[in-house]
Design a protein around this ligand. Structure first.
Ligand SMILES: [Zn+2]
Length: 238
């Protein structure tokens, strides 16, 4: 199965929080999108591994995700090493996306910056013919995505570009709330965390309003790039 966009996340729910509006916008335009979660989020203060899987499945249905895989690296402890790069390259070569989306380059949660670097380095390696990987015992062909874009998570980073997601903001909040063990749920008896209050959803909307302001959009998501981006013509810029 070939996918147009492959989105990586250190934890199930990173994508929903930071980039799901953009993914839904592309899915609505016909793109096939997959998600690769690096860990099962097993160190999260609330919920269990099982509830996270169920919640991710529910979020996938809301977003229209074609495929989702979990690489089961160690939450909090995964390292930038050959074993983990190999696991990521296998997925990139398997799905041959033209665009890869990855975590924030740096953030409050140290897993995010590490996941960002791990995925970026893997995208480069994936384009090297002599780095051999296999999937279902078949040797894989090299594949380097055209671009890696990093979404912006908890800590503010000035984006290099923003995507107008105004039309998808309600479904984005719905996809986030699919993780009912993690986010605002008035019936929950689990410990209060920095992301479990009603104000966290308001914070997310405020961030999206801030990113939208420069392009006169009500809500936008922001991304940073690794290389200079080109535009097809000057009218392409909002
Ligand atoms: Zn995370």
């Amino acid at each position: 199965m070939k996918l147009d966009i492959l989105a990586f996340a250190a934890h199930p729910d990173d994508i929903e929080l930071a980039a799901s509006g953009t993914l839904m916008k592309h899915i609505a335009a016909g793109a096939k999108v997959g998600i690769v979660d690096l860990t099962q989020g097993e160190l999260g203060s609330r919920g269990t591994i099982e509830t996270r899987y169920e919640e991710a499945k529910k979020a996938d249905e809301i977003m229209g995700i074609s495929y989702r895989v979990n690489l089961k690296m160690d939450d909090g402890f995964f390292e930038i090493n050959e074993k983990n790069k190999r696991l990521i390259v296998e997925q990139i070569r398997r799905f041959q996306p033209s665009i890869v989306i990855a975590n924030s380059i740096t953030d409050r949660h140290p897993d995010h910056g590490r996941a960002s670097q791990l995925v970026s380095e893997s995208c480069f390696l994936s384009g090297l013919a002599k780095f051999q990987t296999s999937w279902e015992s078949i040797l894989q062909e090299k594949h380097r995505p055209n671009a890696v874009y990093h979404y912006i998570q908890d800590r503010f980073i000035k984006p290099d570009f923003v995507v107008d997601v105004s039309e998808f903001v309600d479904r984005k909040i719905e996809a986030i709330k699919a993780y009912s063990s993690q986010f605002y749920n008035p019936n929950s008896t689990e410990p209060v965390t920095p992301i479990s209050g009603e104000e966290f959803i308001e914070f997310l909307k405020g961030r999206m309003r801030d990113f939208g302001r420069d392009i006169s959009a009500e809500f936008a998501e922001g991304f940073t790039v690794e290389r200079t981006i080109g535009v097809r013509n000057l009218y392409d810029i909002d």
